[in-house]
Design a protein around this ligand. Sequence first.
Ligand code: URA
Length: 261
Amino acid sequence: MTPHEAAEALRWLAEMGADEIIGEEAVNRLAPATVAARVPAAPAVMANPAVPEARHGQAPSTPSQAAACNSLAEIAAALEAFDACPLKKTATRLCYTDGNPAARVMLVGEAPDRDEDIQGKPFAGRSGQLLDRMLAAIGLSREASDRENAVFITNVIFWRPPGNRTPTEAETQMCLPFLLRTIELQKPDMIVCLGAAPAHRLTGRSDGMLKMRGRWTTANVSGRKISLLPTLHPAFLLRQPAQKRLAWRDFLMLRQALDAH
Ligand code: URA
């Protein structure tokens, strides 16, 4: 490769979102052996009515590992030991949960970004700061010690996708059983979905967020119906501040529902 070709290849990678050094050794992830090693085997689909059935051969999943966990700490340990998800190889660390496990409200986001990858907790960066301000405005906090004022936070995906690319279906299906088991064990009264990925996965619907947001619906997780409110993702609100008024309406709906039940 000439220096010019190398510079072009580097520019292309940067444009594709590979804008961070994640290891000392260069890895050719397009080499056939590497690709084969990274494709997980044994697809198995968790029977859960909240989640649309994955198509045959497309979605390896991990229901038995997740089902074997009987506490959030066990899920965290299982995820630490779980090597099938390719995202784990490029992420800095696991990003599983934050907040108070006793909370009535569980917030579910999409996937860790750069700050979350470094700190290992969901919504640790700029969108998390906005989220914290919005929560504080309705009297909620991830730091609160009482379940009434607390929130518990997790994501659909537990490792940062390289360059923040959209997770593949296979990657999502690997994380999903752990998310569903987290919901089973944490037993929230209400789930707030931040963005389309959690809203779609937990309701089985595929409508746009501007249609779904601000309308209570239910998630059916292992036979338990849980009130679920989709709202706009804080990162979207940072890009489109004019939409904050819609998210504010949703947060007021959440406040009202908490006060009423
Ligand atoms: N965006 C998400 O959806 N989750 C995070 O944890 C951070 C940013």
